[in-house]
Design a protein around this ligand. Structure first.
Ligand SMILES: [Zn+2]
Length: 317
């Protein structure tokens, strides 16, 4: 089903549809990636494997003869950025369609269509401060104000020192986004498969919509060390003679906090001792003191990072 009503232009390597108009046919590529706002009219998937889309698929007619003005046939991937009109896709592998990638979509010839209409981004992802498109691109950026858009396959993006709420918008497969920072929400959208977003322990992370399979949002747990103000060795260093009342904290393997009852990433125990030291050795203990537990939910001390307003209120309650 590659027959077009015109002879296709043959492109070796990736096909880039940028600045095309009328009804355009695209065939014989591997995967096809459709940027946000790329197709002003209808995107018709006549023959493809899986379609992962942020644009809902509507009825459309059965695959058949389509009259096209221009046709392009490729060998590798297809990137669709700007088609002023309709686009018909045939004999390709997977098709990935970003938010507003087409005015309408019909996919009568797709093996399967993945679409999650749970949420849509509040701002077009193609306008985000950090935007990566292609194959195996690498980018590092610091504290973007709106978001990160990734389109394509096996790209790696690292965001450092995130301090503003951001959207991470991932279209394609095998992409990896890592976000480090604190006091910010990371809202993730997936369109595709096998993508992974990893978020540091001091950020909140949610998946808003997942149009695909095997995508993963992973939030690193808060390490117990972040709650520790004084370690035991620190508390006991330099003691030679006399009676000393000491307080220190130690990490535990607990996943539940005895103090506040929360399921926690990091539970530490606060210990005290009151002892008489001779030549640095405790020779008489007045009181072993108890063990008081705390976690990242109820501790007033979370490492060197500041707490968010809501966490602070929670901690001080
Ligand atoms: Zn607690």
């Amino acid at each position: 089903m590659n027959d077009w009503t015109v002879d296709p232009e043959r492109v070796s390597g990736d096909v880039r549809l940028d600045g095309y108009a009328g009804t355009v046919g695209l065939s014989e590529t591997a995967d096809v990636y459709v940027h946000g706002g790329a197709v002003t009219g209808e995107l018709i998937v006549d023959d493809a494997e899986y379609v992962y889309t942020d644009v809902p698929a509507e009825g459309g007619g059965p695959p058949g003869e389509r009259t096209v003005d221009t046709a392009v046939a490729g060998e590798e991937d297809g990137y669709v950025r700007d088609v002023d009109g309709d686009l018909v896709v045939r004999n390709v592998e997977d098709v990935f369609v970003a938010d507003a990638g087409a005015a309408t979509l019909s996919a009568p010839g797709a093996e399967r269509v993945f679409h999650d209409d749970e949420a849509t981004p509040t701002k077009p992802p193609d306008d985000y401060e950090v935007s990566v498109a292609g194959w195996e691109q690498t980018e590092t950026a610091r504290d973007p104000r709106d978001g990160v858009a990734v389109l394509g396959a096996r790209n790696e993006v690292t965001i450092e020192k995130a301090a503003h709420d951001i959207t991470v918008y991932v279209v394609g497969w095998g992409n990896e986004v890592t976000v480090e920072g604190s006091d910010a929400d990371v809202t993730t959208f997936f369109v595709g498969r096998d993508n992974r977003v990893s978020v540091g322990p001091y950020l909140e992370a949610t998946t808003a919509a997942d149009s695909g399979t095997d995508n993963e949002l992973h939030r690193e747990p808060i390490p117990p060390e972040a709650l520790i103000q004084t370690a035991e060795s620190e508390a006991k260093s330099g003691l030679l003679f006399g009676r000393h009342r000491l307080t220190w904290q130690a990490p535990t393997d607990e996943e539940w906090c005895q103090n506040c009852g929360a399921d926690a990433d990091a539970v530490i125990v606060r210990r005290q001792s009151d002892a008489f030291y001779l030549f640095g050795v405790p020779v008489w203990t007045f009181d072993e003191g108890g063990a008081a537990y705390e976690c990242e939910q109820c501790s007033t001390h979370v490492g060197r990072v500041s707490l968010s307003e809501s966490e602070r209120r929670e901690a001080l309650r």
